[in-house]
Design a binder for this molecule. Sequence first.
Ligand code: ADP
Length: 375
Amino acid sequence: MRGGLQLRLFVSYLAVIGTAVAALWLVLQWTAPVAFEYHMGAMMGAGRGMGRMMAAVMTDAMNEALRELFFRGLRSALGWAVLAAVLTAVGLAYVVSRRITSPIRAVVAGTRRVAQGRYDQRIQVNGPEELAELAKGFNQMAEALAAAESRRLALIGDVAHELKTPLTTIEGYMEGLLDGVTEPSSQTYALVAREASRLRRLVEDLEELSRAEGGRLSLEPRPVPLAGAVKAATARLESQYQAKEVSLAVNLPRDLPRVWADEDRIAQVLTNLLGNALQYTPAGGRVSVTATHAGGHVEVAVSDTGEGIAAEHLPHLFERFYRVDKSRARASGGSGVGLTIARSLVEAHGGRIWAESAGPGQGSTFRFTLPTARP
Ligand code: ADP
């Protein structure tokens, strides 16, 4: 038996057994002579049959010898009984202390293995309820760590992949220039510059994403009218809408309550949704921003008459680097994390964001909710 908890439990059981034996012995020392005298007296004083005969023939010496014999017998019977009880109790104490400590040892060993990076560790405990709970908590922790680890690996893979495309393009142009295969024209430099700025955007978006997903966004929510954020976003994109000949209409109800939000962050979400709507809507199309008020929140909708989204993609749009048409979206310069950032921002406000579309060619609507400000 190793030291620590099991030894302590075992020793504490031994202490209880020892105390019980000592108490038994002491009580017996006090009570047995009194009981003996009482019963002998009662038997002889009864004055009938055996009692009368014994009282008549009993001398003091005989009484003393009887007393001595009785106590010797009692002590010996008691000694054997105590020995058997102590041995059984010691055995039980060992088993019980082991039963309690072995699941704890399993958890400790599991924790060490998880600390070494083995997140597939799970432990099985059939012991007492509290220890089974401890094991359950441990397994949940290990699962969460495994999920975080696989997200981390997936992110590294995704980022590496995203970085590769523009870097390969830049490298290709540079090698072409060095070898004299590519014309050192302003067009070539513009292409290289475009790839470099795509890389910068990607890195900026990743920084923003890590802030948003790590909960390190500095949100300063206040009661604000939604119109302010909408105006900021539409102003940013107005010229691009005009250039592509896509109309942009804003239609907010007059009695819309104020929302509890950080205006700049909501403008950022709207800029992202309006930017996407513009990108996926051909010339001549329409994009609109509307809002409704229900319950304790305001629901904002950005609808377009653009290319729409097939149902199977809808649940995945907000995942990192998810794109319906990978090559096209990448070529257009999107980092693929715009909607992921938008979702983090909306959720940080206590809202929800989702996409709807009747299918390809039928336009799409992106909706998000924000809590209304308490009056
Ligand atoms: P990206 O930088 O590629 O635009 P987002 O996270 O903003 O990344 O969008 C993810 C994907 O969602 C896009 O690649 C596109 O396939 C799809 N998407 C987003 N908005 C729209 C829209 N209004 N219409 C159709 N598809 C859209």
